[in-house]
Design a protein around this ligand. Structure first.
Ligand SMILES: Cc1cc2nc3c(=O)[nH]c(=O)nc-3n(C[C@H](O)[C@H](O)[C@H](O)COP(=O)(O)OP(=O)(O)OC[C@H]3O[C@@H](n4cnc5c(N)ncnc54)[C@H](O)[C@@H]3O)c2cc1C
Length: 414
């Protein structure tokens, strides 16, 4: 058997298989993933599913029957062991080999482990998989205490879910502000205040030095300043490491991700890498980026499928966008705002509905919107079209992002 082999059954892997068929690819497609479940979406794991508002079957990316009817040979619970590049074969655990014309690595990422004494006690969790989320969901019990290590998106989404379940919640963050790697100071401050107002204790600039247990079960978190926090559940949300082992062992270049070119090809023309595991050159700056988002996984899967089917070598240049839902707050981000040097805030911060426009040297990098979906949609339009928007324009009392996007588009030279 030959054709396309895809390793990884997340958004990127499934997206590639679906896009290949949509584009009319007629050959064999084999989709291999080591998780036991039908392919599923991760975002609800820290949101609706955690709160009990979604059943596992509603998370599935496609119904079971879809794969057979689309002639996609889905292999779940199967780990890909190694790649034989000269022979164009993938060896699976158990010894079976799959030949490929083209191989797509969509191996995603895994949670970083908190390397302190006690990290392996009972009651200490990560949140990446459906199984993780199912275990954590069973721990959301009113009156009990949870300590969350890391105030990133997942840590804060978990904090919101645990508070709404009536738990005592501590969030411990080594950096000086929440979501510090991803958002502006304005958004960090607003979200820290909102979580504190909901009753969550946020400890910034604080490290965990140990987890202590009682009869093998976690009981308290020891902090760098000598304090300790009682907790019968600990969620560790301190980022992820891309799954590059397969690529690295096959001699492909890896550096915080599988390194690919602008078309998402590795140095081997028969192997692409996409999604959370891939590091690609930014269309805007040329810097190598690794983006962890559904948008990125989906758009990259479509680009690779198109290249495989049509031979077109278009560079990847989709606008990154993200979301995070924390209790009643809907954060949506268009663009990547890291490295901004000035901001303009619009809307009503006190009412919890506003946007932060982030600029660098007067050029718009991105827009972070809280409970302002229309601003987010307009911001994506502005950034995707490369429309010039200055801080002065955004500061005008009558600034309307939707009208600006439509007006600038209409007057832009064709
Ligand atoms: C709890 C949670 C909430 C999130 N919320 C959001 C959100 O709100 N918005 C957003 O945009 N993004 C969110 N994300 C991120 C988003 O889900 C990921 O960026 C996206 O799912 C990445 O998809 P992927 O296919 O690249 O990787 P993955 O989903 O990680 O899939 C890779 C798969 O490959 C498998 N695999 C790895 N190596 C092998 C091997 N050798 N053999 C076989 N299988 C292998 C892995 O086990 C995994 O199943 C969230 C992530 C998590 C964990």
């Amino acid at each position: 058997m030959s054709g396309i082999v895809i390793i990884g059954t997340g958004e990127a892997g499934v997206g590639t298989a679906v896009a290949l068929r949509t584009k009319g690819y007629q050959g064999d497609i084999t989709l291999v993933g080591d998780e036991p479940h039908l392919p599923y979406r991760r975002p609800p794991l820290s949101k609706e599913f955690l709160k009990g508002d979604a059943l596992p079957e509603t998370l599935m990316l496609r119904p079971d029957a879809f794969f057979a009817s689309s002639r996609i040979d889905l292999r779940t619970g199967v780990h890909a062991h190694s790649i034989d590049r000269p022979g164009k074969k993938v060896r699976l655990d158990g010894g079976e080999t799959l030949s490929y014309e083209h191989l797509v690595l969509a191996t995603g990422a895994r949670n970083n482990v908190l390397s302190v004494p006690g990290h392996d006690l009972d009651g200490v969790f990560g949140l990446r998989t459906l199984d993780d989320a199912s275990r954590l969901r069973a721990r959301l019990i009113e009156g009990q205490s949870i300590a969350i290590v890391g105030a990133g998106f997942i840590g804060l989404e978990m904090a919101a879910a645990a508070r709404s379940a009536g738990m005592q919640v501590h969030v411990i963050e080594a950096a000086g502000r929440v979501m510090g790697r991803a958002v502006s100071t304005e958004i960090s401050t607003f979200f820290a205040e909102a979580h504190a107002a909901a009753g969550t204790q946020i400890l910034l600039g604080t490290q965990v030095t140990a987890l202590r247990g009682n009869q093998g079960k976690v009981a308290e978190v020891v902090l760098s300043d000598g304090r300790f926090i009682p907790a019968t559940t600990v969620l560790v949300g301190i980022g992820v490491t891309p799954n590059v082992d397969l690529a690295e062992a096959a001699g492909l270049v890896v550096a915080n991700g599988i390194v690919v070119d602008a078309c998402l090809l590795t140095a081997d023309p028969a192997i692409s890498a996409i999604g959370d595991c891939a590091r690609f050159p930014s269309a805007h700056t040329g810097d190598l980026l690794r983006v962890e988002s559904v948008q990125n996984a989906n758009d990259q899967s479509k680009l690779v499928a198109n290249r495989v089917v049509t031979g077109e070598t278009a560079p990847y240049q989709s606008l990154p966008w993200f979301w995070s839902y924390q209790g009643p707050l809907r954060l949506q981000i268009a663009g990547i705002t890291t490295g901004y040097d000035s901001t303009v805030v619009t809307g009503d911060r006190a009412a919890g509905a506003f946007s932060v426009y982030c600029f660098r040297h007067g050029r718009l990098l991105g827009v972070e919107s809280v409970n302002k979906p229309a601003d987010h949609v307009a911001a994506r339009r502005i950034l995707e079209r490369g429309l010039l928007l200055s801080p002065d324009e955004v500061s005008r009392a009558d600034f309307d992002p939707k009208a600006f996007a439509l007006g600038a588009e209409a007057s832009a030279p064709r």
